[in-house]
Design a protein. Sequence first.
Length: 261
Amino acid sequence: MGSVAEKNVLAVDVGNTVTRLGLFDDKNLAGDWKLTTPAYLTADEAWLRLVDILRTMGVQALGGAILGCVVPTLSDVWREALARACDTRPLVVGPGLRTGVRMRYDDPSEIGADRVADVVAARESYGAPVVVVDLGTTTNFEVVDEAGAFAGGIIAPGIALGARSLSEAAARLPQIELRAPASVVGRSTRAAMESGVVLGEVARIDGLLDAIAAEMDIDAPVILTGEGARALRPLLRHETQVDESLTLRGLWSLWKANQRG
């Protein structure tokens, strides 16, 4: 593969709740932004958001772009918007894209774009084996084995989704802030819910990390990313590292891996 023009590459990670954009200038993440993922968005609206972001960075045109989207109704929207901003056709994470990682999955096409990006970036930055815990609408565990292959993972409801579902399903339970309570045993309904939701999530993460280590027989670093990673880290029993740009860097690595010289 020949030289790759890596300047001004935009990575877009469209999640169910949050859309993240990262602008890469040569080897650095020059800027990143978080947008709320709407239920409906037109290509023109997505384009206008891109224009505003590029203007703040003083970028006239993009040298490339890559899209990872787990919301099917928004994939074509962002693809069209990125195509208007790029000198080249934007890449979309999906079947046919080179990852450089062996996928030990029954059907690799089922793996979400964010999970693929997390695995690529984690292996590149931390080696193998490694475990990623990505906190978002869902809580995803991604396991890279000692051979550097994606061994599989776990998908569970995210902490915010759990709190919202609890309030919606039980009429007398209020909406709560996602913060750690002063004690495990709550002395009010809110404190009891905070314990169940926040400390329950912490116990689930710690317990599943124990189960992964036992089943895979690995001693691997654990990388936290996504919403709330910094807030949950001090509560966990396991030693972890927070890497907030992991998914965006994984998308950028995928973009580079798929350039043809």
